[in-house]
Design a protein around this ligand. Structure first.
Ligand code: CDP
Length: 217
């Protein structure tokens, strides 16, 4: 029997610029579910901290920045590489992760189900998710994608810088002790290196559908 779609929880994790955000949004649309980009929570903390001149090296100051009520979710600065770098730094603090935990768990647990994307959704936030995807792509490809994204947004960026930023962020996100970037044991890996956006979305929907309606169930 197929699973009731009403309580469906989908976890999408992966490294920077892997395409997880695009895939998560498409899955949310396909299954008519609300979507949370959890990276935006960490980016909001980072922007908040930066705006009031707080020190990212101080866990105490980073924790104070977790009240993000003054940050406009539509602020284009949230998507900048500078803010991404600070986000990666402050997200390694256990107290920051704890402060943002409840909001994410509640979102995942809402009655109709939800799609969340981030780094630790399948491992920490929604370990019982019905579908878990780990979206990845080769580093150089992710850097090219991020560069195109930044240029399209009118931001100034160069491939070498973006590539080294992505490498640094991969290392920091994978190497930290608190909720490191890690493929959940029961996640399906989706490498989008050779796929365009439509192909990646079609593949993700196919994986989700076959998890929900296994061919031999
Ligand atoms: O879009 P991109 O993949 O570059 O980054 P993001 O998803 O917006 O996340 C920004 C940073 O927040 C990441 O480098 C992670 O360090 C952190 N993050 C996290 O620790 N846990 C999450 N669930 C989401 C993001």
């Amino acid at each position: 029997m197929s699973k009731q779609i009403s309580g469906l929880v989908i976890a999408v994790d992966g490294p920077a610029a892997s395409g997880k955000g695009t895939i998560a949004r498409a899955l949310a649309k396909h299954f008519s579910l609300p979507h949370m980009d959890t990276g935006m929570l960490y980016r909001s903390v980072a922007l908040n901290l930066w705006r009031w001149g707080g020190d990212p090296a101080s866990e105490f100051e980073a924790l104070r920045a977790c009240d993000v009520s003054t940050i406009d979710p539509a602020d284009p600065e949230l998507r900048s590489e500078a803010v991404g770098r600070i986000a990666s730094h402050v997200s390694a603090y256990p107290s920051v992760r704890k402060a943002l935990y409840e909001r994410q768990v509640q979102f995942a647990g809402q009655p109709g189900g939800a799609v969340l994307d981030g780094r630790d959704i399948g491992t920490v936030i929604a370990p019982d998710a019905d579908v878990k995807l780990f979206v990845t792509a080769r580093t150089e490809i992710r850097a090219e994608r991020r560069l195109r994204e930044l240029l399209a947004r009118g931001m100034n960026a160069h491939l070498e810088e973006v590539l080294s930023d992505i490498r640094a962020r991969d290392e920091q996100d994978s190497g930290r002790a608190a909720a490191p970037l890690l493929q959940a044991q029961d996640a399906v890996r989706l490498d989008t290196s050779e796929l365009d956006v439509d192909q990646a979305i079609a593949r993700a929907i196919g994986i989700a559908e076959s998890r929900l309606n296994p061919p031999h169930a």
